[in-house]
Design a protein around this ligand. Structure first.
Ligand code: NAP
Ligand code: G4F
Length: 341
């Protein structure tokens, strides 16, 4: 009989790639979506897998829906990817972020403990919890969250550890550094850049507004990172793992390379908008994936920084070329300014 997996947040970037990965491994995949006026399965459509997964309504804010989903699925593996995942928005919606990203995990894990304790559990922890460092960060590095999002993730991280120790659950946290793809939300900086650069190339807009372009991130490809999530749940013992490439680049590097690939000069099109700076910033993130390489056999070098940019630039070029001109507007990707003062 095939194994079953439940993915919360299957409509998101990682949810879609993980579903695709697990289907290829022969899993029966259940995925949760929020009951909103028009549920959006575009990422599953992009990977041609919408009809191959079983979609169940669910909300991290609603204990009953969590109970219902677990009773119905009783999965072998549960991947908790659902979250309010945008750091920027967490400054404007700190309470909702805490409710969904922090307490939501506790609702899931406590229900799991009572309804399906045999299920192997994966929690999507984040490198944001570290708060940044010039030196590579590993599983023993200390945490200093610098946003409501990071604080909520750290709470969820510690609850996962606690439930493993207190109730002997097979509960793992993957501490993932930034990972991107053509399916990345358009408000995140990499996708904002590849989308805008293509718009500029096509003459549909002239400028891109960015915030702190000196910030550095350790960027990998989401398609490679979902394999690490799965590997964590195949081990003898549940543990924490850092997943990263071990290399870091500035936002400016990412933007310059993207513009260069399209034959454009970033300087001619860039506007720095102070309103896009965060009240507190994580200046540098770089991860040390040695443990994942050694224990999981995971390969951090499958997709290089350059290849990642190529994949995203190409995908946005195709997306924009296939869209009607009337539907294209950079207004779609306006960000909420951060009111520090
Ligand atoms: P994403 O694209 O923003 O996806 C988030 C998912 O959570 C979406 O399916 C969203 O549903 C769902 N969701 C939001 N609020 C919910 C609620 N109240 N109840 C149920 N579902 C809800 O995020 P991602 O990039 O795939 O990241 C996946 C997870 O990894 C997140 O937990 C994120 O914080 C974490 N993480 C990501 C990275 C990264 O670089 N991508 C790094 C470290 C950790 P809708 O489609 O309805 O909005
Ligand atoms: O792309 P970002 O919004 O991603 P961020 O904040 O690093 O968070 C992502 O990675 C985390 C893992 O480390 C995840 F946990 C989290 O869920 C999410 O997936 O911003 C990256 C950097 C920041 O320093 C930001 O200040 O880019 C800087 N930046 C500069 N201009 C901008 C912009 N970010 C955005 N979103 N938009 C800008 O215009």
């Amino acid at each position: 009989m095939s194994k079953t997996a439940l993915i919360t947040g299957i409509t998101g970037q990682d949810g879609a790639y993980l579903a695709d990965f697990l289907l290829r491994k022969g899993y029966h995949v259940y995925g949760t979506f929020r009951r909103i006026s028009s549920p959006n399965f575009s990422r599953l459509d992009f990977l041609n897998i919408t009809d191959r997964v079983e979609l169940i309504p669910f909300d991290l804010l609603d204990q009953s829906s969590i109970l219902y989903v677990l009773e119905y699925t009783k999965p072998d593996e549960l991947y908790n990817l659902a979250a309010q995942s945008f750091v920027g928005a967490s400054f404007e919606q700190p309470i909702a972020t805490g409710e969904v990203t922090g307490l939501g995990l506790t609702r899931v894990l406590d229900t799991l403990r009572m309804q399906s304790p045999h299920t192997r559990f994966y929690q999507a922890s984040s490198s944001e919890m570290f708060g940044g460092s010039n030196k590579p960060l590993n599983e023993n590095s200390s945490f200093k969250p610098r946003s409501p999002y990071a604080a909520a993730k750290l709470y969820a991280h510690w609850v996962t550890t606690n439930y493993r120790e207190a109730y002997d659950l097979y509960a793992c946290s993957g501490i993932l550094f930034n990972h991107e793809s053509p399916l990345r939300g358009i408000e995140f900086v990499t996708r904002k850049i590849t989308y805008h650069a293509n718009m500029i190339k096509m003459g549909l807009t002239e400028k891109i507004s960015l915030g702190n372009i000196e910030a550095k991130r350790d960027w990998g490809f989401a398609g490679d990172y979902v394999e690490a999530m799965w590997l964590m749940l195949q081990q003898d013992r549940p543990e924490e793992y850092v997943i990263a490439t071990g290399k870091t680049h500035t936002v400016k590097d990412f933007a310059e390379k993207t513009f260069e690939k399209l034959g454009l000069n970033l300087e001619d099109h860039l506007e720095i908008d102070k309103k896009l700076f965060r009240p507190t910033e994580v200046d540098v993130l770089i991860g040390d994936p040695s443990k994942a390489i050694k224990k999981l056999g995971w390969n951090p070098n499958k997709t290089s920084f350059d290849d990642l940019i190529n994949i995203m630039v190409q995908s946005d070029r195709e997306l924009l070329s296939n869209s009607s001109k009337d539907s294209l507007s950079t207004d779609r990707i306006k960000e909420i300014p951060h009111f520090k003062e």
